[in-house]
Write a protein that binds this ligand. Structure first.
Ligand SMILES: Cc1ncc(COP(=O)(O)O)c(C=O)c1O
Length: 390
């Protein structure tokens, strides 16, 4: 007999994909392009601010919702960058976006409520919704139409049990940045059906080619029904620090704050000093890292489009390419497994992100240096040429 509760769902066990398979291989020179782990080091000024706070004795319990100075700086950033006027009371500091999303689902979903996710999706959202007793309803997006956001398809899945829609924008895994028109259509559906929108914007700063990131909370009528989630994780290369935040109405943030307080009391204090340095002085460092990501994106897109059986649209944002490999005739999981076995490159199968991701691979170009990315592309070129010849 198991002592595990029924909350431990099959999907919450499934969030590791090729990472788990690759981790079991110890003695090979693997090139890891599966996890979205930035290759850059956290900028020194962020580390220095953290060390200074630690040395100054910033080691005690603090505001449960997050340190007031950090929340004030975030409110200023959100008002300016996200174009959503908020005050510090509408900001909650969390342990990465992961905790912010869990708090958002816990605070809004009653057991049995339906939550709409776009497929391909970010797998951890599925696990968390199910842990909260929610039912995931998938809306498959159309690969032929560049995974456009289809509000009419979302509307068609709304029932009287639908509580929320989850958006990932810029989108992991597809690399799409949704346009104002796409977001306006979704906003109209959310308002018409009185839905909450939970918008994961962890890649908001990682955008290319002039594609502007728009927060859906900035659209008319949306601020009161949107919970926006972000983190220092990707743009500032702070994935191991575990710091993120959410903003929403004071009521929703108050509810989420109760969840976080019950879970962890509050986020580590001196880490918040580092985050404050990042949000107030990090623009140049972010621009530098995003420039590096863009150069590596170009290497990957150019190389993959030259491989037989592969076509790769340039991602508009994020640190992932999502090449189509349907022409090979193999499933994405079979391909990811064979690529690992035969050439030591770890990529994720598109099917890991839902049925609509089948026929695609997710290739993270943000997790390695340009040199290692080049080497990975050489290995993949050999692999796909070999497939065609066979
Ligand atoms: C869409 C998305 N949301 C959330 C996360 C997790 O963010 P954090 O590490 O800040 O919890 C990731 C990490 O890859 C992600 O891609």
């Amino acid at each position: 007999m198991s002592f595990l509760s029924s909350r431990i769902t099959s999907s919450s066990k499934k969030s590791y994909g090729m990472f788990a398979k690759a981790a079991a291989i110890a003695d090979r020179d693997l090139i890891h392009l599966e996890l979205g782990m930035p290759v850059h080091d956290t900028p020194d000024f962020i580390k220095d601010a953290t060390i200074a706070a630690l040395k100054a004795g910033d080691v005690h319990y603090s505001s449960f919702q997050g340190q007031p100075a950090l929340r004030a700086a975030l409110a200023e950033k959100i008002t300016r960058f996200n174009a959503v006027p908020v005050d510090a009371g509408q900001v909650l500091v969390t342990n990465g976006l992961t905790q912010a999303s869990y708090a958002a689902f816990m605070a809004t979903i009653n057991p049995g409520d339906e939550v709409i996710l776009l497929d391909p999706y970010y797998p951890q959202h599925v696990g968390k919704i199910e842990l909260c007793g929610g039912k995931v309803v998938l809306v498959p997006l159309d690969a032929e139409n560049d995974f456009a956001l289809r509000a009419d398809w979302i509307a068609a899945k709304v029932t009287e049990k639908t509580r929320a829609v989850v958006l990932v924008n810029p989108c992991n895994p597809t690399g799409r940045i949704y346009t104002r028109e796409e977001l306006e259509a979704l906003a109209e559906v959310a308002i018409r059906h009185n839905l909450v929108v939970i918008s994961d914007e962890v890649y908001e700063y990682i955008t290319f080619d002039g594609h502007a990131h728009i927060s859906i909370a900035a659209l008319p009528g949306m601020a009161e029904r949107t919970i926006t989630l972000s983190a220092f994780t990707k743009a500032y290369a702070m994935d191991g620090w575990r710091i993120g935040y959410a903003f929403a109405s004071a009521e929703l943030i108050g509810g989420m704050s109760k969840i976080v307080t019950n879970e962890v009391t509050h986020v580590n204090t001196f880490i918040q000093a580092g985050a404050l340095a990042a949000v107030t002085g990090g623009d140049e460092a972010v621009a530098h890292m995003v420039g590096d990501d863009r150069a590596k994106r170009d290497i990957v897109v150019r190389a993959m489009n030259q491989m037989p059986g592969v076509t790769c649209m340039p991602p508009q944002g994020t640190i992932y390419a999502f090449p189509c490999v349907r022409e090979t005739g193999l499933s994405s999981q079979e391909l990811a497994d064979r690529i690992l076995d035969e050439c030591g490159v770890v990529v994720e199968a598109g099917s890991f992100y839902g049925a609509a991701g089948e026929g695609y691979l997710r290739v993270c170009f943000g997790s390695q240096s340009a040199e290692r990315i080049g080497e990975a592309m050489e290995r993949l070129r050999g692999f796909f040429s070999g497939l065609k010849a066979a």
